[in-house]
Design a protein around this ligand. Structure first.
Ligand code: B12
Length: 212
């Protein structure tokens, strides 16, 4: 791994915002591609934090400082991830479902969609089914994010609410988040699932072109 990328990785695992911010600046300046910084430095570091939490090597406070360091790095990286400015491909509302406060995956998906030319409405975290229903009229696609097995059920509740409000025919619903699978998406009747932000972009594009 590139030395600066290694520093970013370590900075996120140890929750050192300043090191991460300086590392991202230095890596970009040295010509390291934004995708390498994201994949090998930042996402790999969050996966390591998740592993440590699971194995009892770190606890929620450590996870929070790592998350803060990751957010600082993502903010620095955002302009480079969005560089491809093309014309609007459609409008997507993204949100993390009710009861769930994890927002980095959702933010990243939003950023990459924007980079690909979509207009993105960020509904935030802990979003109620009613709020997703209210957003449905103005968008082509709704992206639901869930990181907890206990909140995945909210995805089905949200789909049911959209259905009950008569919005399902006009809006495509895509889902994602660490515990979510393709099978689960099919089971609850979502229009698609993507494992990461790049695939989310490809999925949103394909669903919009299908509905043209
Ligand atoms: C950081 C973190 C936190 C931070 C969140 C900060 C924030 N602002 O987001 C804090 C400390 C607040 C937190 C709290 C909790 N957390 Co937490 N957290 C994590 C951690 C380490 C990383 C998550 C992350 O940001 N990853 C990086 C992002 C970029 O990846 P991602 O979210 O997976 O997103 C990618 C894809 O999934 C996909 N994607 C995501 N969303 C969407 C949406 C769409 C539409 C699409 C198409 C794709 C897509 O694309 C993204 C980009 O590639 C994970 C571990 C892990 N392996 O996931 C645990 C983890 C999710 N947390 C866990 C737990 C248990 C909790 C708590 C319950 C802990 C507690 N006892 O309080 C609380 C719950 C709070 C709540 N109500 O939400 C567990 C969940 C276990 C389970 N099976 O349910 C995990 C898996 C840790 C573990 N290994 O045990 N957490």
């Amino acid at each position: 791994m590139n030395e600066i990328v290694q520093q970013i990785f370590q900075g996120i695992v140890e929750g050192q915002q300043d090191i991460v911010a300086a590392g991202v600046d230095a890596a970009l300046e040295a010509g390291v591609p934004a995708r390498t910084i994201l994949d090998e430095g930042m996402l790999a570091a969050m996966a390591e934090v998740g592993r440590q939490f699971e194995e009892g090597e770190c606890y929620v406070p450590e996870m929070m400082v790592s998350a803060r360091a990751m957010k600082t790095g993502l903010a620095k990286l955002k302009p480079s991830l969005k560089q491809t400015n093309v014309q609007t491909a459609g409008t997507v509302a993204v949100g993390t479902v009710k009861g769930d406060l994890h927002d980095m995956g959702k933010n990243l998906v939003g950023m990459m969609l924007e980079g690909a030319g979509f207009t993105v409405k960020d509904l935030g975290v802990d979003v109620s089914p009613e709020a997703f229903v209210a957003a449905a009229d103005d968008v082509d696609v709704i992206g639901l994010s869930a990181l907890l097995t206990t909140t995945m059920g909210q995805m089905k509740t949200t789909l049911d609410a959209l259905d009950a409000a008569g919005k399902r025919p006009k809006v495509k619903v895509i889902i994602g988040g660490a515990p979510v699978t393709e099978d689960f998406a099919r089971h609850i009747g979502a229009d698609g699932y993507a494992a990461d932000a790049s695939r989310a972009v490809a999925l949103a594009k394909s669903l919009i072109s299908l509905s043209d």
